[in-house]
Structures are given as structure tokens and as C-alpha cells.
Ligand binder design. Sequence first.
Ligand SMILES: [Zn+2]
Length: 284
Amino acid sequence: MDAALAALLDEVAGDLGRGRGKLVILTGAGLSADSGLPTFRGPGGYWTVGSQVHHPEEIATRAAWNAIPDEVWRFTARLLRAVAGGAPNAGHRAIAELDRRFGERCVTVTQNVDGYHLRAGNHPDRVYAIHGDGGFVRCGADCCFDLLPRPASVLADDFDPSADPHLRCPRCRDLLRPHALFFDEYYSEPLYRSESALEAAREAALLLVVGTAGATTLPNLIAREAVEAGAAVIDVNPADDPFAELARALRRGHWVRDTAAAALPAIAARLIARDAPAVIHPST
Ligand SMILES: [Zn+2]
């Protein structure tokens, strides 16, 4: 490990060990790319309805949901099948180790809807899925904010959204929708923990950014709040991105130019090893 990175991790682990601030981990598509998932915005994300080819930005929308909900569901189901066929990688497992070790001092904010943080073992209360989680569905008519486990029928080859009896809201019988933030919708606290994510950023001792290009507004706000609060920033991304630029500009910042699966196990191990060691009492 780079000596400057090791020194920064030791400094931050010291802060965390003394209860000074939180470890805030912000993850994006690059983390799950190591699991072989197609990137949502890449060429694999296109969707054809009749003779028309749609970009995800056109099909994963409230407007499309109102007009052609079955197509929105079929588009989503294809992504969910890819998610079900993949698995969390060493990067997710390293984050789960940090979550276990630091407990309430650690928060994971994710833009990914694949649910891999939970599958890797993160505590659900400490994962803020700011773009939703494909493992859940909710009322498509917004009669309530209840999250329900996604019915297994969604992944079946003969999936027929409107005819599926498992996709009916138990309260109002309207069609259930994927629990995901559509491109033309806004963040909200009850559904996406967006305020909680910003609050965590204001308490951050370290903001660890993993595989996110910073294309959306909330991650950028999280970074700004964390820096204003005096947090160190470490960005893990093989490609340059706005968070890498931010990290390079900070005295307590570092850009790790590597994939999450390659870099995170050593980073997590160092933070855990240098966290305030438990006091060992001589046996009596
Ligand atoms: Zn309903």
C-alpha cells in the first residue's frame, strides 16, 4: 500500500477510534461492475418497445410508468435477472467487514439498486439506498410508502406484469412498481434516506467514495457536506472522476486508482487494524 494512503488511513482510524466522526462509504456502479453487472448507462441499458429504441433515461421514468407500466417492468426485470445471476464481490465484502467492525460509526450510502450490500452482510439499518433497491416493490399509485419484498414471479421467463396477482398493492390493488428512483423523480427521506445520508456526511471523519462517477446531485452534495465538515476523502476508482479531483485537492485526500475489488480489502483491513484496540485485561 502507498505510504501516504497508509498514513491517512491510520490518522482516520485514530479519529474513529476516539469517537470523532463517522466512516461514510459512498458507492456507485463501479463497485458492482466488478461483479460483472452491466452498467445501467452503458449500451446494455437500451430497451426496445415496438420499433423504438429507448435509453434508460426515457424508460425508467415516472412518465413511462404512467403510460406503459408493463414495459417499465419488463425493462426492470431484465436488470434484476442480471443482478440475481451475479453476486457481491471482494469490494462489497470488505465494506461489510467495515460495517461489522465500526457498527453505528459506519454508514453505507449506495446509488446501486442491486441490493449487494445487504447480501454481503451489511446491517440494513446502516445502508441508505438513495436510488432504491430492486429487491423491493411498492405501490405504483403512491397510496403508501410500504416496501414489500419483490415477488419471485418478476424473474420468471413468462413474467406478465399487469396479469401478475403478486404485483398488486395490498392496500389499493393498484400495480406495484419497482422500488427505484426514476430519472424524473426526486429524492426523499421516507423512501430513499436522502436526508439521513446528508446528515451522515456532516458527521464524517472519512468519506470513502467507491466506483461512482458523480453524475447525480445527491452524491455531490454528500461530498460537499463532508468536506465542509473537515472529513478526509478517499476515492477508489480506476478512472478519474470529480471525487478523485476533490481528493487530490485536499491535504487529507487520496485517489486510489484501482478497482474496488482490488483495493478495498487492504483499505478495510488497515482501518480495522488501527481502530482503537480493545483493552485486554490480564486474566485474574
Ligand atoms: Zn396502493
